[in-house]
Design a protein around this ligand. Structure first.
Ligand SMILES: Nc1ncnc2c1ncn2[C@@H]1O[C@H](COP(=O)(O)OP(=O)(O)OP(=O)(O)O)[C@@H](O)[C@H]1O
Length: 875
């Protein structure tokens, strides 16, 4: 292995250069022994644990973590969307108690590194070359080290959690190069642990449900974020985005948000003044971050920026006052606590610091000349006598520029205007009507459509004088500003908290705005999902009054809902609306319905067909299976799963078989599942399982199948008319002969199907099913029994014989019906030889069930395999 380009450097756990900066998270909360996970080997105290940390650039903080336990060969990965004070990250690392924390060397001075050093003094902090944090290397390690059967599903996770992948690479590189140890191939236990207190939504679900962006048009507002983003501040918008990606699972938090939204949407005066106070709020997170992050090399630009930062800070602090006043009538706990954070007592320390140093009238300005003036007069008069002299020079040079242009206008008898931009500084602007004979002393001439811009040599010289004077003022202000910056750092934790409170208020006010504009209602949090007249929040905007609301009801007894219906009948819209409403409820927003109650969902998975499934190298089927494998591997209790059109990428028989097997596995997970499908046999077969119900989206199909009307109404039972495909194809231009053959085949198959359901065969199927279920139960008992080997073997053989005999007896009259079926189909339309010879269909049902019963005995190790076989027999 090649050596790193730069040596690894180890730093003592010392406070970095941001002096007098207080820890933002109290040690008491960050170290919480009771929060220690008991499920992973890393929870054992005194282990050799390495933790790699990396975070996204910019203001919103996504933190990747990788914990490598060298004693148990276990890796725990996670990615956290955290606040500006990194509470979740500190807690998470504190829970694992690593001996060593790895950081990129470029992040040595970052706020995150500083906070971790302050809050976690024990571990050694080691800084590694940026190049060692490569997501590609992370994936290579995964390929090489993860258990073979876990590689694919973990890959899906790592691809959608970039920062975690980088950390994983860095931690393992460190183990290899510094500790000179290597794991054997496919030996590493790797777990992905979602952050606590929030619903886990994987990236594929975020994309397919269009939570943040529309699938077809990235600029469109037709996404959940686009719809809900009525925020007025950058902090509020960021909080909304982060909340949508990690909705809360904490009931108390959500109830507090509902109370606040309710209050804001009913007290109109307060709502109006809150929105007024939020308008024009500057990006406080950005300002505070640039105050506490100091570059190692100080340039003139940095000095200038420091002054700007202080002006922005002053503007931010004075805006907080308006929020406090606007919330004067607040009564709900959350609004009261936001008001409390904005109270004069909380603001006073920072206000005092700013008052002592800055001019009273100084405020942030967006126009470059105004901002330069504010910068020049930022520090109070009398703080430094030389500063006052430099300011006088600045003032005089500015007056000289104005006088110069007035003189020029008089001399040349022209209308001249003095303008300013940051590149040229002062320049002269002349209307085109006056431009016929430009005086010779005008230089740097630019012709625009309706004006001419130029300068004179004297003006250029004056610009230089003004710049020199301004730079002098700024550099003389610098020491005062840096002293102030250090003092502000000491109280910055409070300011970050206020910033977060304002972001929350902004998001809540946006929810209140939505509740009033679109008639949303306050949801309840119970154990049951019950929705009356629910709407798809985005679709209802597009269809306006034509959107048909629908009800939903799901309890553990009706947890697996199979939705059938014609093409375009609204199946996808229905199941997606349930997921979107659940997310809305779990971010504290009201929902589009007449009544809604939700159980708190901890994981949301959507396997929804999109046109993008066919990407470069992955077939639709492979993509479907990969996504389903991911869901099944990660699903835990209290999950919500949406599956739409599974199994469409392969043959009908295989698709149905796989759909049934996956449906069984999902049913066994005890999660809430909505399974939209065109496989009617799936609905039939699954219908007698406990916890399953059949629903369909109603449509009116004319008697002669020439007209279809979608009702978009959810109704009980599987879809009654199976020939909607034919009805739809009549509406397009298919040749009449093709339609005729299709019609004949359809009628014949329908006839068989009806016979099947009404004749004794249905009864036989029910009996076989019962037999299988009892076999399964007996096998499970056998597996857990303490019987000796020999008696167990005898007992199993007897069980097998009994089962095969009974199965064969049931299968006696199947063959005749099968022959009838194939005869009718071949009479209606010629079938190809290949389709007759499809695998698995060449055996008689008796042989098939007998073989299957044997495989049940062989594969009865796991409950899932038994369940799958059971389904296949029933097919
Ligand atoms: N409740 C509703 N009210 C009004 N229009 C609706 C409703 N539900 C769906 N639609 C409209 O019907 C069309 C089809 O909806 P959707 O894609 O959900 O149907 P589908 O049954 O999933 O179709 P397919 O089976 O072909 O995938 C969409 O344009 C959608 O906007």
């Amino acid at each position: 292995m090649s050596a790193p380009t730069q040596p690894l450097s180890r730093a003592p756990s010392q406070v970095p250069s941001v002096d007098s900066f207080v820890p933002l998270t109290s040690k008491a909360t960050s170290r919480h022994p009771t929060a220690r996970p008991t499920t992973t080997a890393t929870s054992v105290v005194g282990q050799d644990i390495i933790c790699a940390v990396s975070e996204s650039r910019g203001v919103s903080s996504i933190v990747g973590l990788a914990f490598v336990n060298l004693a148990t060969a276990e890796v725990v990965l996670c990615q956290i969307c955290d606040s500006q004070i990194y509470e979740k990250t500190v807690t998470k690392i504190g829970v694992f108690e690593p001996n060593e924390i790895l950081f990129m060397n470029t992040a040595r001075e970052s706020k995150l590194c500083y906070i971790l050093q302050e809050n976690l003094p024990e571990p050694t902090f080691t800084f590694m070359d940026r190049k060692l944090w490569s997501d590609k290397t992370g994936l290579e390690y995964l390929d090489r080290l993860a258990f073979r059967d876990e590689v694919d599903s973990l890959k899906v996770i790592l691809i959608s959690n970039y920062f975690t992948a980088c950390c994983f690479a860095a931690a393992l590189k460190y183990v290899e190069m510094e500790l000179e140890r290597a794991f054997a191939s496919h030996s590493l236990r790797i777990k992905f642990e979602p952050s606590q207190g929030s619903m886990t939504i994987d990236l594929a679900t975020v994309v397919s449900l269009e939570l943040i962006q529309n699938l077809h048009n990235a600029k469109s507002r037709d996404s959940l974020y686009g719809l809900l983003n009525e925020t007025l501040t950058p902090m509020g918008a960021r909080l909304l985005r982060a909340s949508l990606l990690q909705p809360s699972t904490e009931r108390v938090k959500l109830t507090a948000r509902y109370n606040a939204v309710e209050e804001l949407s009913t007290k109109e005066d307060m709502f109006v003044s809150v929105r007024q106070a939020l308008r024009g709020f500057i990006d406080s997170d950005r300002v505070l971050t640039s105050i506490i992050l100091v570059p190692t090399k100080q340039t003139v630009q940095y000095v200038e920026q420091s002054v700007n930062n202080m002006i922005m800070l002053k503007t931010y602090v004075s805006s907080i006052r308006n929020i406090y006043q606007a919330l004067g009538a607040a009564q709900s706990d959350l609004l009261l606590s936001i008001r409390e954070l904005c109270s004069p007592a909380e603001r006073r320390p920072v206000e005092q610091l700013l008052e002592q140093t800055l001019n009273e009238n100084v405020t942030y300005q967006s126009k470059p000349l105004d901002l330069r003036n504010q910068r020049t007069y930022c520090v109070k008069a009398g703080v430094n006598s030389l500063l006052d002299v430099a300011r006088q020079t600045y003032k005089e040079a500015n007056s000289d520029a104005t006088e110069l242009v007035e003189r020029l206008a008089e001399t040349h008898d022209m209308a001249l205007d003095l303008k300013y931009d940051s590149a040229r500084q002062y320049y002269i602007c002349i209307p085109t009507s006056e431009s016929e004979a430009l005086p010779k002393d005008f230089i740097n001439i630019y012709r625009r459509r309706n004006r001419i811009e130029c300068q004179t040599l004297d003006l250029v010289k004056l610009n230089q004088r003004i710049t020199d004077a301004h730079n002098e003022v700024v550099s003389m202000s610098d020491q005062t500003i840096q002293d102030l910056r250090c003092d502000v750092c000491a109280v910055v934790a409070g300011l970050f908290r206020v910033s977060e409170a304002i972001a929350m208020l902004d998001m809540l006010a946006a929810f209140a705005q939505l509740a009033t504009s679109y008639d949303y209602i306050r949801p309840e949090l119970t154990a049951t999902l019950a929705i009356k007249a629910g709407r798809h929040p985005i679709r209802e905007q597009i269809h306006s009054s034509k959107f048909i609301p629908n009800d939903a009801y799901a309890t553990p007894q009706t947890r697996f809902q199979i939705i059938t219906g014609c093409n375009m009948s609204g199946k996808s819209t229905y199941i997606r609306s349930l997921a979107l409403m659940t997310i809305m409820a779990q971010i504290g927003c009201f929902v589009p319905a007449q009544y809604a109650s939700f159980p708190i969902v901890h994981q949301l998975f959507a396997r929804v067909a999109t046109s993008d499934d066919l990407d470069a190298n992955v077939s639709t089927f492979a993509a479907e299976m990969r996504e389903m494998a991911f869901i099944l591997r990660n699903i835990q209790p209290r999950a919500m799963v949406l599956v739409d059109e599974l199994g469409r990428g392969t043959s009908t028989t295989d698709g149905l078989a796989i759909a049934i097997a996956l449906a069984e596995a999902l049913l066994a997970s005890n999660s809430l599942v909505w399974f939209a499908t065109h496989f009617h046999d799936l609905a039939r077969i699954m219908s007698d399982r406990s916890g399953v119900i059949n629903l369909h989206l109603a449509a009116n199909i004319a008697e002669d199948v020439t007209k279809m009307t979608m009702l978009y109404q959810i109704s009980e039972g599987p879809v009654p008319d199976r020939r909607y495909g034919l009805a739809l194809s009549k509406l397009v231009d298919l040749p009449p002969t093709v339609l005729k053959v299709a019609n004949n085949v359809s009628e014949a198959l329908e006839c068989i199907s009806q016979q099947r359901n009404s004749d004794s065969r249905t009864v036989t199927i029910a009996k076989k099913r019962k037999l299988l279920l009892s076999l399964r139960e007996q096998l499970l008992i056998a597996r857990n029994s303490t019987m000796d080997d020999e008696p167990l073997r005898c007992w199993l053989i007897k069980l097998q014989q009994n089962f095969s005999e009974q199965m064969n007896a049931f299968d006696g009259d199947w063959e005749a019906t099968d022959q009838d079926e194939s005869q009718i189909v071949s009479e209606s339309a010629p079938l190809s030889e290949s389709s007759k010879a499809s695998p698995g269909l060449d055996q008689s049902p008796a042989k098939r069930s007998s073989a299957m019963s044997k495989s049940i005995l062989i594969e009865s190790d796991t409950e899932a395999s038994t369940t799958d076989n059971e389904s296949v027999v029933l097919v």
